[in-house]
Design a protein around this ligand. Structure first.
Ligand code: 1GP
Length: 248
């Protein structure tokens, strides 16, 4: 795919909700990687995010290259830190963890990664990343040393989403955390969607056809699915979830 077209490609699909697969390029997934990629290719996902809070070895780029070689879908970095920048992806989410007040994830990692991003010329997609409370401590919360926003604080969440938009982000990502036990409530999705004018990404704990249906119907522009791809053996169930996300 041509450079600088990934964001346009993503939003060109937004006459309906899009399905994004998330691959955590960690050693723990090595044994499952082929089957995860196979399921993604089989299931009509729209794009793949690659990234994780912690990678336990230095083989991130090798896995990224491998993923890229096995799919025609756009591969977009979803970096846990400035160490997860690579020329082997099509674009990178330039994430600001705006629900937190840790300067490391508001500007520091960005400054660290900017020279490399400039050098390799990868497309950046500025993304306001908002961590929500899901009932258990998530890796993002622990690693980023930030507090998630409670789900019942609708207006606080909205204020963050609007601030993210006014800062020039091109996406707002409401994150419940990977493997969250509860998924986001649909009232919150439709409330935020009705107030912001940039696309809305929802992720964390989405593991059933019913939940995918509710969240896409509530107005999400993108739904991210990670843990389910690692755990679900039935690739037809994943395919069905993608169809439901696409409104079929
Ligand atoms: C995590 O939002 C993503 O950053 C996906 O979450 O792994 O729970 O699908 P799951």
């Amino acid at each position: 795919m041509a450079k600088n077209s990934i964001y346009k490609y993503l939003i060109s699909q937004n006459n309906r909700c899009s399905a994004i697969a998330l691959i955590d390029p960690d050693v723990k997934n090595d044994i499952k990687l082929d089957s995860i990629i196979d399921t993604i290719n089989y299931s009509n996902f729209d794009a793949i995010f690659v990234g994780g809070s912690i990678i336990m070895d230095n083989l991130f780029e090798k896995r990224l290259k491998y993923i890229k070689s096995k799919t025609n879908l756009p591969v977009i970095l979803f970096p846990g830190s400035s160490a997860q920048v690579s020329k082997d992806a099509d674009a990178i989410l330039f994430l600001s963890l705006i629900s937190g007040r840790n300067p490391q994830y508001l500007i520091e990692e960005h400054v660290k990664s900017a020279p490399e991003i400039y050098k390799i010329g990868i497309e950046t997609i500025p993304t306001g990343y908002i961590l929500l409370e899901s009932g258990k401590k998530t890796s993002v919360e622990i690693v980023s040393k930030t507090q998630p926003i409670p789900l019942d604080k609708k207006d606080v969440i909205l204020a963050h989403a609007l601030a993210g938009q006014y800062l020039g982000n091109k996406l707002i990502y409401l994150e419940m955390g990977s493997g969250a036990k509860i998924s986001i409530n649909t009232d919150l999705v439709s409330y935020i969607k009705s107030k912001i004018s940039i696309p809305l990404v929802i992720g964390g704990g989405i593991n059933s056809i019913e939940t995918a249906k509710l969240i896409s119907s509530a107005g999400a522009d993108f739904i991210v699915i990670g843990t389910l791809l690692e755990n679900e053996q039935d690739k037809n169930k994943i395919k069905k979830i993608c169809e439901i996300i696409h409104g079929k």
